[in-house]
Design a protein around this ligand. Structure first.
Ligand code: GAF
Length: 390
């Protein structure tokens, strides 16, 4: 176990002991990166995420009554309710925890109260899925503490439904899957239709994955996400008129989308084109990984960014600026915006030998342009959600 994991976990355990005392169990649920395959999950396509060394930690113990006491260590805030009174709270963070309890209730699981302290180092709003880490971490912990008998896939699906139904964000399944099924030093190729998955070793001896955090989140993010989903569905409607077997953009190709361009509004055409191209790109990227051809893999990352910027239109000026800054740097193999878009991080595949200079240049350029100190995170790929035992 790495020292940073230990120290963050210890911090959460200490905070728990100060507030509640006793002997809590400890759980870790990581944030995720995504190498390639953006916005493809809700189109039943492929994604290539991994869980990383930034995580949410839970210290938790059951209670004998029905009271739920939650302590958000990093915010210095607490929340209390009972397991059967799950009205949506005004504060944002307890919504993620209550969403999980709501799902358990809907699925017919009856649990007593519990008390938990949580916190960690997944940057919030950076597109690293701190919310999925929260939901999956709590559900995983409750499953262990109360012996509910859920397997990992059931946890993933319930956590996604929790976010869809209670929090109200119509996300796909990538984030929850990556958090729970992550494997050290590997990326996961997930088929978001069948949920079949395969691990591909990701070579980190010579390269680093560095996230550059724009530190912005434009307010469009949630509404545009839902609009993109609708536009993709509109594309499917058009294609289905010609082939009734098409259920999602996963079942189409860029050629087919082009053939029916004149029947679609311009935006719907470009969204559908991007998704069908991106699904193919993930498959090719996996072949490139197996061939050890990281430089072409990096070119695919750039192609993804260009599609997200011009066709899917979910990027923003800050993300484009950061990606453009890398285009003339020989130490960078690939760069692109990551996650839903409209802010958050870029993901950069950088030669280890050039990493320090890369970060220095990026920070200087971003400060000059936007007056913002650019956080850069060197991430390593770690295992998914688990219990921490000494
Ligand atoms: C967000 C969503 F939560 C994911 O499901 C996925 O759609 C992603 O945006 C875009 O690839 O993280």
């Amino acid at each position: 176990m790495q020292n940073t994991m230990l120290s963050t976990a210890d911090r959460i355990r200490e905070a728990y002991l100060e507030t509640f005392g006793g002997t809590p169990r400890l759980f870790r649920s990581p944030g995720r990166i995504n190498l390639i395959g953006e916005h493809t999950d809700y189109n039943h396509g492929f994604v290539l995420p991994a869980s990383v060394d930034k995580a949410v930690y839970f210290a938790i113990q059951p209670r004998t009554d029905s009271v739920v006491r939650l302590l958000a260590v990093d915010l210095g805030e607490s929340y209390e309710c009972t397991v059967d009174a799950l009205e949506k709270p005004l504060q944002e963070w307890p919504q993620y925890q209550l969403s999980v309890l709501d799902q358990l209730q809907k699925a017919g699981y009856s649990i007593p109260g519990f008390q938990a302290a949580f916190g960690g180092d997944v940057p919030v709003g950076a597109g690293m899925s701190s919310s999925a880490a929260l939901e999956c971490g709590l559900l995983f912990a409750l499953n262990e503490v109360f012996g509910l008998g859920l397997d990992r896939l059931a946890i993933v699906k319930m956590a996604q439904r929790a976010e869809n139904e209670y929090v109200g964000v119509k996300c796909g399944i990538m984030d929850q899957f990556a958090s729970v099924f992550g494997k050290a030093e590997s990326v996961i190729r997930l088929d978001c239709r069948s949920l079949d998955y395969e691990y591909f070793p990701f070579p980190m001896e010579e390269y680093l994955l560095i996230l550059c955090d724009t530190s912005v989140k434009h307010s469009l993010a949630d509404s545009e996400y839902n609009t993109r989903r609708l536009e993709c569905e509109q594309g499917v409607q058009v294609l289905r008129k010609h082939d009734a077997t098409i259920e999602s953009l996963r079942d189409s190709t860029p050629e087919l989308v082009r053939a029916h361009q004149s029947e679609m509004p311009e935006a719907v055409f470009r969204r559908s084109l991007f998704i069908t191209e991106e699904i193919q790109r993930v498959q090719r990227a996996c072949e490139l990984l197996l061939e050890g051809n990281l430089s072409e893999f990096g070119q695919k990352m750039y192609a993804t960014h260009d599609g997200l910027q011009h066709d899917y239109e979910v990027s923003c000026a800050e993300l484009d600026f950061l990606v453009n800054c890398t285009r003339t740097n020989d130490d960078v193999l690939g760069a692109r915006m990551m996650g839903g878009g409209f802010g958050g991080c870029t993901i950069n595949l950088v030669k280890r030998s050039g990493a320090a200079l890369f970060e220095e240049r990026m920070k200087r350029a971003y400060l000059e342009k936007y007056g913002i100190a650019l956080p850069c995170y060197r991430v390593t790929i770690t295992d998914g959600t688990s219990e921490l035992t000494d």
